[in-house]
Design a protein. Sequence first.
Length: 236
Amino acid sequence: MIMSRVMIRGIYTTALTKLLTDEGFLISQPSIITAERFGVKRVHERNVVIVDREDRQGVRVEGEAEPAETLVTTLAQALPDMIIMEQISPNRLIKGRNGKYTLHLGFLSFDLEFPYGSKVFLDRVRRQITSTINNHHLLKIVDSDAVDMYETLLGSELGSSEEISDEAKRELVYDKLTPGRALKIQHVKPEGSVLELTEGRIRRSEDGTLSLHRRILGEGQKYDGLRFRKPKTIMP
């Protein structure tokens, strides 16, 4: 079995570093903050890389086939609602020292999505290492710098952890749910397929309830998973 030597970058770094080091994985080329938090040495060889997806709803894992697959299997066991989208790259061109490209075999690339349950679990893991507000990873997607600022207030006399966490969620989420604002809606299925649903516009947001105004077209078609046919237009 090949030891996974993994370099991690992005908003999930601290939580994934804790999770993977507990399982015996070697952290390669840690950032300065990660090296300080975990006391790890700089290891310059790596065979797996983890980086944020563009939407930061999960990560991309890429590397040599065996260690990359072992790492993803380990994450799947810890995060039961994680969605795995596998992309196989059996052939890859690697630039050598002489400037020429050679064919390198045996690479795998994975696209992993972390639903709500996974993010909450990773919050708990991160909290074992450093100060972490509730919904840390959810809010990091919205405004990473603002979350860092709120977490500097934890342990101060400016409010309890719950109060600071609630204020962060209010500022970064609820205050932005203004009437008339358009919202993109995606339905991600457990096997990884993504359905782009009809855009909605916010009618109101109050008492923890979000009301949307959506126009659903598709006369004659059936609702996903139901036997009923869609009318020409539905306006809630």
